[in-house]
Design a protein around this ligand. Structure first.
Ligand code: DAT
Length: 177
């Protein structure tokens, strides 16, 4: 049996992907169904003010990645966590047992981001991020390819299917750890 760095309560799961692909919707539901801890990195940073300056181009605070890691590291060692963020290259590789990259077709994503109030360069940059598979490439470069999985996230049916798939994977993980 594998000896894991973290406890056997449950695996650590990373949900990543372009903003608007459905990470939070999936993560919150999964955490409730599976009694797991859920960490939205944007919210964690806001609560604890884990920032290091201001991004003039996007008019938003810059995440202090080292302090985010310090904040969460102890809890991650215990396992049973879901992390949600639109980037993935700065987390310690050892944190995650599996990485899901959510993918959404441009037309769906465009509508979702517009509804969120995104416009102009911010909207276009996020659409391009999805078209160029930026986060998928980042995930493949940052983690072992065999733990990185793409999930289609276009429709409510996709959401249900993804929940079922991940829950089945968690059950399997628990049975073998
Ligand atoms: P993210 O956390 O990746 O930024 P979100 O969970 O906030 O994305 O979802 C963005 C919007 O899209 C929100 O209004 C819910 C909706 N949504 C999420 N997943 C969906 C899916 N599979 N089908 C249809 N709509 C979805």
């Amino acid at each position: 049996m594998d000896v894991k760095a973290h406890g056997a309560m449950g695996p650590n799961i990373l949900l990543t992907g372009t903003p608007g692909t459905g990470k939070t919707t999936l993560g919150v539901e999964l955490s409730q169904k599976c009694a797991m801890n859920y960490f939205n990195i944007g919210e964690v940073a806001k609560q604890a003010e884990l920032y290091e300056g201001w991004d003039e181009e996007y008019q938003c605070p810059v995440l202090d990645e080292d302090r985010v890691i310090d904040e969460l590291d102890e809890g991650m060692r215990d396992g049973n966590n879901i992390v949600d963020y639109h980037g993935c290259d700065f987390f310690p590789e050892r944190w995650f047992d599996i990485v899901f990259v959510l993918r959404t077709d441009t037309s769906h994503l465009y509508d979702r981001l517009q509804q969120r109030g995104y416009a102009g360069k911010k909207l276009e940059d996020n659409i391009q991020c999805e078209i160029f598979q930026t986060i998928l490439e980042e995930a493949k470069e940052s983690y072992k390819p065999e733990i990185v999985h793409e999930l289609t996230s276009n429709t409510p049916d996709d959401l249900e299917e993804n929940l079922e798939k991940i829950i089945a994977w968690i059950e399997q993980w628990k049975a073998t750890h």
